[in-house]
Ligand binder design. Sequence first.
Ligand code: PSU
Ligand code: MN
Length: 340
Amino acid sequence: MLRRACCSQLLKPSRHSLRTISSLSDVLARGAPVDVHPEVQAALATRQPVVALETTIVTHGMPQPTNLETARVVENIVRSQGAIPATMGIIGGRIKIGLHPNELEHLADVGSNPNVVKVSRRDLGPAIALKHDGGTTCSTTLMFAAMAGIKVFATGGLGGVHRGGESSLDISADLLELSRCPVGLVSAGVKSILDIGRTLEYLETLGVPVVSYGETDDFPAFYSRKSGFKSPWRVNDSGFAAQILRSQGQIGMSTGAIFAVPIPEEYEAVGLEMQKAVEQALEEAEQQGVNKWGKATTPWLLKRVGELTAGKSLNSNVALIKNTARIGGQIAVAYSDLSA
Ligand code: PSU
Ligand code: MN
């Protein structure tokens, strides 16, 4: 009897040992400052589809007032697909899983609140303890989604290995987080401010599948539908995307996945112009030593590309995130259909 109990224990590792992120109930039981929006809570309790959304794009990625307008539109697009949006953020040191409209407005009003922090994983403890406001990067949005059991996260651009990253070691925490959060991240690929080849290599090392979503296996480069690199996998249907997430979960993998959705075709023409601006911004950053500023590098480059393209990059940015929100909503719906 004793041996039997022992063996079955070996065969049945506790749920806990498979998890790298605490569940929301454990986090709340430990008294962590986390507020879940009632609508999100109700959706999670009844296994309705939910899509996580980030807010670094609101606080550090887009200028006012486009930042707030886009965040609202993106929430509505998620709803139009039959899913509930959960926009993440940090307000006064409290983690928000789903923001109330006034909280989203508060975070977006960076003019009145210039100290709002870009909160990546390493910033989370300090931002909570020191009661800061913060926009969540992909890394912290992934963490909160995993905590809450949200399976899909839609955004524009993911962080990656910066150019020269092989010596500077400037590699976004987003990548490592994708290896420990079982969440499908829907994005328009990574921007060519990054080293796209090394970003894909690093994701392979971390065991994170990169899946092109659509008609080709080209890995998109944010403003442009092609980066010159291929994704190792492709799907063209939300059901298959959802099945990938479910399969990973069934075999106990804690890994997420990247679904790379190219920018709509009508924006492709300006992609070349964007590319020139990206190269110029990178040169300027190098000359001015922006790379030495760490977390400010990405926001600085995004802002400079916007200036150099007289706002055209912003139009593209809005268009591609609307698109990823739509697909994200569809994948979330397909995932909850699978588990129904
Ligand atoms: N890329 C974009 N727009 C963005 C970001 C990246 O095109 O707004 C943001 C995302 O929140 C991403 C973060 O998670 O920047 C990555 O920053 P870093 O490279 O410092 O990790
Ligand atoms: Mn960095």
